[in-house]
Design a protein. Structure first.
Length: 159
């Protein structure tokens, strides 16, 4: 579980150079971590949530716990949810989690392998489905997970 902490720190460090950090909310459950960062740029808001779901937690239990975090987040703002969901989307791109997020207005953008084992368990969900988002996946030396990136337009954070 603690191996995923650098991901959360990386998000905070990268975003804090560009945006003003408003608050961090941590929700810790038995075997997974849910983290939301509230960021601001010129009075506009961006929410970034970094998620880890242990493979030993059922998807239904995770969705129940995840809903608690989502209830605390201002989802009308531009929101990016990224993390290790341990929900493999290769070769089947449909899942209970992806369908749950679609009902909430989030599109899943990563459909290529994100690990050395050719699984796609690292997801990026974004609630601006009409806006262009570029996803990139890069191999890393230090982990069996690849680095997953999203690039999007932050000039319209309130829209």
């Amino acid at each position: 579980m603690f191996l995923h902490v650098p991901v959360f720190c990386f998000i905070k460090i990268i975003c804090s150079h560009i945006l003003k950090l408003e608050k961090i909310k941590f929700i810790l459950f038995d075997l997974h971590i849910l983290v939301a960062l509230g960021l601001a740029l010129n009075g506009s808001r961006l929410v970034v949530a970094a998620i880890y779901r242990s493979p030993s937690i059922s998807i239904n239990t995770f969705i129940t716990d995840f809903t608690e975090l989502l209830d605390l987040m201002p989802l009308q703002c531009q929101t990016i949810i990224i993390g290790d969901f341990n929900d493999n989307l290769v070769p089947d791109t449909s899942s209970t989690l992806v369908n749950f997020m679609l009902r909430l207005g989030f599109k899943q953008y990563v459909y290529q392998p994100t690990t050395d084992y050719r699984t796609c368990i690292d997801h990026i969900y974004y609630n601006r489905v009409d806006e262009e988002a570029v996803i990139d996946v890069h191999d890393t030396y230090y982990s069996d997970h690849d680095a997953v990136f999203i690039t999007t337009n932050t000039s319209n954070l309130n829209h």
